[in-house]
Design a protein. Structure first.
Length: 316
């Protein structure tokens, strides 16, 4: 085997598995248990659209709130360090989620304020930008808040100019918002005012989706969980991608335990947010990434290819 062929084979052996590695995401759903229906964490293989139960989010909660455990957990998001956060809309509290066993740990009350804030809760969505700032929105009133991740306390920013918004996602320091139900569009959110700017309409969706939970992967691709309400729509949870112009492409049903045929998944956390020099709408191209070993192999390939012509001239 020539040096060129050997090094090229080495690069492919390292780079191809990295390029094809499936992303694992996390989401929450309410499922039946021996203790009644309870919020639980699921891992989702985005390549196969398969959900696997991680564990109930009420275990080791660390104390009841008004005599209750969290039930309606939404807005699952990574902070820059890789810690999962979420909000329990029924209790109106911020929680940390253990992605190993699903357990929720109380951070503190949200203390929501704003027009109609007493009605906010069941339809909250949240995201965390790469600077560690957290943002919260209500699909009922359109209220938009910043969130203190250390205490859970919220500060009212304003009212979303388009509603209902049922999902938030972060790209660098920018916030994207997914409309649903009668608002089938993707928006960019001004985090200083709550004003939304239209990115584009989904198009091609089969009726209004009850809630859409977006999340970005390491390449900048927007994925989304479509939470439906059968029998109006075909299944409880679908997986989709959203293009930079807002076009939504439905990939198919998310399969898993039978309990997921009784309740849809909400929230979608794929990777911690990363700061970049650009906050343009993400590309739909899934560019392969190299591991450290892959980079070393690429360097060897470049060195080997550069040396071959010189060796040939020496032999002549």
């Amino acid at each position: 085997m020539s040096l060129r062929a050997y090094i090229a084979g080495l690069v492919l052996a390292v780079a191809v598995p990295s390029a094809n590695a499936a992303s694992i995401a996390y989401a929450e759903a309410v499922v039946p248990s021996a203790f009644g229906n309870q919020a639980s964490l699921f891992s989702i293989d985005l390549a196969t659209r398969t959900a696997t139960l991680v564990g109930p989010s009420v275990q080791n909660f660390g104390g009841l709130v008004n005599g209750l455990n969290p039930f309606n957990i939404r807005g699952l998001s990574y902070d820059p360090s890789g810690q999962l956060y979420a909000v329990a809309g029924d209790l109106k509290v911020l929680v940390k989620i253990n992605r190993i066993n699903g357990a929720a740990t109380l951070v503190g009350p949200l203390n929501l304020s704003g027009p109609g804030a007493a009605n906010d809760g069941p339809d909250l969505s949240m995201t965390i930008t790469c600077d560690g700032k957290a943002w919260l929105a209500s699909g009922t009133t359109g209220n938009f808040w910043s969130v203190n991740l250390a205490t859970g306390a919220t500060t009212l920013i304003g009212t979303l100019s388009n509603n209902p918004i049922t999902g938030l996602a972060a790209q660098s320091t920018a916030v994207l918002a997914t409309g649903s139900q009668t608002n089938q569009k993707l928006y960019a959110v001004n985090t200083s005012t709550g004003a939304t700017t239209l990115v584009g309409a989904y198009g091609g969706t089969d009726g209004a989706v009850h809630a859409i939970s977006p999340g970005l992967d390491a390449t900048g691709q927007i994925w989304a969980i479509l939470n439906n309400i059968p029998p109006t729509l075909e299944t409880w949870s679908n997986l989709a991608t959203i293009a930079p112009n807002g076009t939504l492409t439905k990939l198919g049903a998310i399969t898993g335990p039978a309990s997921l045929q009784q309740e849809g998944l909400t929230g979608l956390a794929i990777t911690p947010p990363v700061c970049t020099t650009s906050v343009d709408p993400p590309s739909t191209a899934s560019a392969p990434t190299l591991s450290f070993n892959g980079l070393i192999s690429l360097m060897l390939l470049m060195i080997g290819c550069a040396s071959l012509p010189l060796a040939s001239r020496t032999r002549r």
